[in-house]
Ligand binder design. Structure first.
Ligand SMILES: [Zn+2]
Length: 304
């Protein structure tokens, strides 16, 4: 699992910082999460191939989380994209995007499929053989969802030497990888554990932005490996958090601790702060495994 931070600051793009957008690579998928203004420039800087993005997950309709979407959709068209593009986001996102395209008499030559969300309960919004994606309803000034990305358990790994020595027909390899015992060419039952090793443990990633402190999400993200939680404010501005429906670094850490997360990534910093180090210091008073996101940073999990 690999996470590329394209932008992680709140409010407005500035000379050296960008608004929210991330790319999560998980089991051969490349999911774009939020799409602030300038996201396509950041994608190019990161050398991320545009045609590998087939799913875009938008948390909410504040500009710093989706103003890059129409531009990206338009660029995909200019690049003669053919693959379908799925966009997940709050109800209304289809109207916003299609109105802009309609008035510009500009239509995509690929299929644009909107999955509009309006539920206040966590929902499964995407699933295939290897990954599930659930919404995480958040508490913000407008309807907002975070997203939980979960790998499904993979197949066991075949020990090539062991299966050959055990005289097992190739036709049974798949069964072994799925955890079944099989009969070899000599009619002997072979224990799958003797010729395979367990798969890598499945990883999970929760993206939670923007939100006021909301303890209800803990049950949805319990035991998540990596939690990104917004931390717009430091303690000295803690009073602003509930008013603006954002969180402090300490609140993000409290959620990480209660959810028993493997690690916490902080982001969505208010642009009023010159240094990010204080976010980490304040969060670590509550929860130790904390890393600061910054534009251009890439994280690999499990970390190497
Ligand atoms: Zn917002």
């Amino acid at each position: 699992m690999k996470l590329s931070i394209l932008g992680c600051y709140s409010a407005t793009p500035r000379a050296l910082t960008n608004t929210t957008s991330q790319v999560l690579e998980i089991n051969n998928h490349m999911f774009l999460i939020d799409c602030g203004e300038g996201t396509q420039v950041q994608l190019r800087k990161h050398k991320i191939k545009f045609n590998r993005i087939k799913h875009v997950f938008i948390s909410h309709l504040h500009g710093d989380h989706f103003f890059g979407l129409v531009g990206l959709i338009s660029t995909f068209r200019l690049l003669t994209r053919e693959a379908d593009l799925h966009v997940y986001g709050p109800k209304g996102i289809k109207e916003i995007v299609t109105l802009q395209m309609k008035l510009a008499d500009s239509w995509t030559n690929y299929k644009l499929i909107f999955h509009e969300l309006s539920s206040n309960e966590s929902q499964l919004v995407f699933e295939d053989d290897s990954v599930e994606v659930y919404t995480i309803p958040l508490d913000h000034r407008v309807y907002t969802n975070g997203y939980l990305f979960k790998e499904k358990p993979g197949e066991r790994k075949l020990d090539v030497n062991a299966v050959e020595q055990a005289n097992i027909n190739v036709a049974y390899y798949r069964k072994l990888k799925q955890g079944f015992d099989v009969v070899n060419e000599d009619g002997v039952l072979i224990d799958h554990e003797k010729v395979t090793s367990p798969p890598e443990p499945p990883m999970s990633y929760a993206f939670c932005s923007d939100t006021a402190y909301k303890e209800d999400i803990v049950t949805i993200i319990k035991n998540v490996d990596v939690l990104y939680h917004e931390s717009t404010f430091l303690e000295k501005h803690a009073k602003l958090a509930p008013k603006t429906k954002h969180s402090t670094a300490k609140q993000a850490a409290t959620i990480a601790k209660k959810a028993n997360a493997g690690m916490l990534l902080l982001g969505h910093y208010s642009t009023r702060y010159d240094s990010l180090e204080a976010f980490k210091v304040e969060a670590q008073e509550i929860f130790k495994p904390v890393a600061l996101c910054d534009d251009g940073k890439t994280f690999e999990f499990p970390s190497k």
